[in-house]
Design a protein around this ligand. Structure first.
Ligand code: F6P
Length: 329
């Protein structure tokens, strides 16, 4: 099989480890791998990886040392053009012309929606790997990059706590996650934040102010509130304004962690996950899987139809949200 491999959408730490696993597993199994640079946009521009020998196929040595690096060496993009019918037809023609039999896209929700659309115009097989810091895909306990993003966010909250405690302030710390609160919940538990604001279990502004007053009565002088960027009352800045108008008992400051959360060397957990998922994607192609995402659940390999993977959100166990409330006592 001639396998095309690319990353698409937001980069996530561990994507390089995943690509290394795809290349090594595929080559050991007798396949070849063509690296497509800059995701769907690069595919449309026929921007393929070229090795030092000028050949487009990746070798065992092309991916040497990739495990420890964040970002993606094949680069990534968000492509508007690919979403059009003309873009999809053109991508399918390019794949046929380059005799690519199968694709392994590494990315999130948008990447898999793109793969599903492409399959309407192209008859090669597609097995994806979940690569996004959001951990919002159904069919895997964690997506590649999630653990590292949690680690980065926790380190930031730990530092902010020092100044919050010194000034007796509340900090609203906005984390990424698109419309999922997974990153916020894990960050809040690990950093011991008193409050988490997530789309899956929103407070009304009155409930939130009431909760903050209770925290103050219990003797809390400073508060860490982790706010998911997709929170329905707005991100951390909008929430700060609403809280001030509603009688928040703490002086507040806002920190938006932003793209900081996407960078950095992947944690060992992410490297191990990425390596297994990359390997399983190739195995899946060999088994005849198509339009599925390779994931890990309870340590086991699971293939989930892409339609299902993007259909809803990886649900947040309610006990985790309850845990944050209890720990805030
Ligand atoms: O999906 C990953 C993610 O980092 C989201 O958490 C965030 O909303 C989005 O990408 C940001 O995208 P961009 O880098 O295009 O601004």
């Amino acid at each position: 099989m001639r396998i095309g491999m690319f990353c698409s959408g937001g980069d996530a730490p561990g994507m390089n480890a995943c690509m290394r696993a795809v290349v090594r597993t595929a080559l050991v199994r007798g396949h070849s791998v063509v690296g497509i640079r800059r995701g769907y946009e690069g595919l449309l521009e026929e921007d393929f990886y070229v090795g030092p020998d000028g050949a487009p196929e990746m070798t065992l040595r092309s991916v040497s040392g990739w495990t420890q690096f964040g970002g993606t060496f094949l680069l990534t993009s968000r492509s508007e053009r690919f979403r059009t019918e003309e873009g999809l037809r053109s991508a399918a023609d390019i794949l046929r012309r380059h005799r690519i039999d199968a694709l392994i896209p590494i990315g999130g929700d948008g990447t898999f929606r793109g793969a599903l659309a492409l399959a309407e115009y192209w008859d090669g097989r597609i097995v994806g790997c979940p690569g996004t810091i959001d951990n919002d895909l159904v069919g895997t306990d964690a997506t590649i990059g999630f653990y590292t993003a949690v680690q980065t966010a926790v380190e930031a909250v730990d530092k902010i706590r020092d100044t919050a405690a010194s000034h007796s302030r509340m900090f609203l710390i906005e984390v990424m996650g698109r419309s999922s609160g997974f990153l916020a919940v894990h960050t809040a538990i690990a950093a011991g934040a008193e409050v988490v604001c997530i789309p899956e279990a929103p407070y009304s502004i009155e409930e939130l102010v009431e909760h903050l007053k209770e925290l103050k009565q219990r003797g809390k002088t400073s508060v860490m509130a982790v706010v998911a960027e997709g929170y329905p009352l707005g991100g951390a800045t909008a929430l700060q304004q609403r809280l001030a108008q509603a009688g928040c008992p703490f002086g507040t400051r806002v920190v938006v962690l932003g793209h900081l959360q996407r960078g950095g060397s992947p944690t060992p957990e992410d490297r191990i996950l990425a390596t297994q998922l990359g390997c399983w994607a190739v195995e899946g192609l060999d088994e005849g899987q198509h339009l599925v995402m390779a994931g890990m659940r309870g340590g086991q390999k699971v293939y989930t139809p892409m339609v299902e993977a993007v259909s809803g959100h990886n649900p947040i166990p309610p006990r985790l949200i309850e845990l944050i409330r209890v720990m805030a006592h």
